[in-house]
Design a protein around this ligand. Structure first.
Ligand SMILES: Cc1cc2nc3c(=O)[nH]c(=O)nc-3n(C[C@H](O)[C@H](O)[C@H](O)COP(=O)(O)OP(=O)(O)OC[C@H]3O[C@@H](n4cnc5c(N)ncnc54)[C@H](O)[C@@H]3O)c2cc1C
Length: 479
């Protein structure tokens, strides 16, 4: 077959792919790889009558599931109901790359930037969170294909090596088991012409099958007596004074406390959508690599990997050796949760081009799945919990793309607020402060469009794009 230049790529940087991105994506299912599985449980019936609960959890992603489990484990006397608008894990949780990050704060540098005086306590809480995460999976026999191989950040340019060196020093200062790799050492871990070096954090992080994790947590919640209703969207709620009445299409829940783990959705809480920006991220899954194709890559360590680009890519292997390759963020007006673009194959061409540019030796590999998912972006880049309705309700979100393990911590923080329990994080700014407001539409859309346009060329071109991103950073947004 005649070689073809990837569309949309400046010819100077293009890699030649004998298939072309269109052909490589021609048979990809536009649906998350993780959810396209025989292991997906049959949905539980919706709520069809009025009921009462001590705790109502709204949302059946990681936050809601961890909240329901921790509530029952710590306060077994509570009657807990969880309602999910669609199916468990069909939000961000079943669409994630599935890289387990050590930090509950979108990385140690972000934590130091935001909460310098609390950093030691946050590190301890992060460790306790991962201990609890691992113990819970063992306790309930949840097999989610976890591999604790660490997380690695790869520099795609010599100029980015300085950032890695700074991060290395920082991680060492806080006792992390990290190694700094030069170009050759990085190539021995994973082969790409782009990688100039890497920072490998070797413990307390790795990769997980996110949907299997969510389905396992659902099973654990049911075993603890949580009543779970799928296809049961919360339509509205009424503050009755000492109780909250939540209305669903065919039912009603009267609850003492409500925890919202609804991510980017609009659920009628005042001001929350001014603090959370609903961004779309995109992911590809390749067909399973053969042993020979895997040999061209190396990657014996099977780490979860992010690169240092402003419009970053992240990648990892599955148990069957498909590569999951993600990272093309975009924003649609008013945070549209179902953008038509996600259902169009062309949307994924640029991501496929980035894949072949990163791994030109895999030019014969095609994609089996392509999908988009919601990121709950907030100005601090990490989870927050905010009380509402005089403390009867709490909203937990803001992971900004790093919620696979941090969601357990977010749920924990939310429950402590909701039930007014003493806990170390309540003394810290992480629990006391909320992220700042993001301007409303249409300014939000305009600023987001400019920012994502700037993302695309900032590293290579610099100029106004880099200046714009610096300005956004200076306003406190993580980049
Ligand atoms: C493409 C992508 C890649 C990612 N990769 C990673 C990664 O590699 N590592 C990492 O740590 N994090 C990653 N993340 C982030 C991570 O997936 C999220 O932070 C995490 O899943 C958030 O969980 P959640 O339960 O808060 O939200 P969600 O999983 O979105 O759950 C919210 C749930 O609430 C439900 N809901 C909404 N409104 C209502 C209503 N009115 N009534 C009832 N239910 C409602 C939704 O249907 C949804 O199921 C990624 C996210 C995306 C989208």
């Amino acid at each position: 077959m005649e070689a073809m230049i990837l569309k949309g790529e400046p010819t100077g940087q293009a890699q030649v792919n004998p298939l072309g991105v269109e052909e490589a994506l021609a048979h990809a299912r536009l649906f998350p790889y993780w959810l396209d599985s025989q292991a997906a449980p049959t949905p539980l019936p919706p709520l069809e009558r009025p009921t009462r609960a001590d705790l109502l959890v709204v949302g059946g992603g990681f936050t809601g599931l961890w909240a329901a489990i921790q509530a029952k484990e710590q306060m077994p006397e509570l009657d807990v109901v969880l309602i999910e608008a669609g199916r468990i894990a069909f939000g961000a949780s079943g669409r994630a790359g599935g890289i387990i990050s050590t930090s509950v704060m979108h990385g140690l540098p972000n934590a130091v930037r935001l909460f310098p005086k609390d950093i030691e306590a946050l590190e301890r809480l992060g460790q306790a969170n991962l201990d609890g995460f691992e113990e819970t999976l063992k306790r309930y026999g949840i097999d989610a294909d976890i591999e604790w191989n660490g997380e690695m950040t790869v520099a795609v340019d010599d100029a980015h090596l300085a950032h890695l060196r700074d991060d290395y020093e920082l991680h060492r200062r806080y006792g992390h088991d990290v190694v700094l790799l030069d170009r050759e050492q990085t190539a021995a871990q994973i082969s790409s012409p782009l990688f100039a070096g890497a920072l490998w954090s070797r413990h307390r992080s790795g990769i997980v099958h996110p949907a299997k994790l969510a389905w396992g947590l659902r099973r654990a919640a049911l075993s603890l007596g949580v009543r779970v209703y799928e296809n049961t969207p919360l339509r509205r709620f009424v503050d009755l004074g000492s109780l909250v009445e939540a209305h669903t299409p065919d039912g009603r829940i009267t609850a003492r406390r409500v925890l919202f783990g609804t991510g980017t959705a609009k659920v009628g809480l005042p001001d929350i959508n001014r603090r959370v920006l609903a961004v779309r991220d995109h992911v590809l899954a390749t067909e399973p690599l053969t042993a020979e194709q895997l040999g061209r890559l190396g990657w014996a360590g099977r780490q979860g990997i992010y690169d240092t680009r402003t419009q970053l890519n992240y990648f990892r292997l599955t148990k069957s050796n498909n590569i999951i390759f993600g990272g093309l963020v975009d924003y649609h007006f008013d945070g549209n949760p179902n953008p038509a673009q996600d259902e169009q194959r062309e949307t994924y061409h640029r991501l496929a081009a980035a894949f072949y540019r990163t791994f030109p030796q895999l030019a014969d590999v095609k994609f089996s799945h392509a999908w988009g998912g919601p990121i709950d972006y907030c100005s601090r880049g990490s989870v927050f919990a905010k009380p509402y309705l005089g403390g009867k309700a709490v909203f937990v979100a803001g992971y900004t793309g790093f919620g696979v393990a941090a969601s357990r911590f977010g749920a924990f923080m939310g429950l402590n607020m909701l039930f007014d329990r003493d806990s170390p994080e309540r003394q810290l700014d992480i629990a006391r402060k909320s992220p700042s407001y993001i301007p409303p539409e249409p300014f939000r859309w305009i600023a987001a469009r400019i920012t994502f346009h700037a993302f695309d060329g900032a590293d290579a071109e610099g100029g106004w794009k880099r200046a714009w991103i610096k300005g956004i950073k200076a306003l406190g947004f993580p980049m």
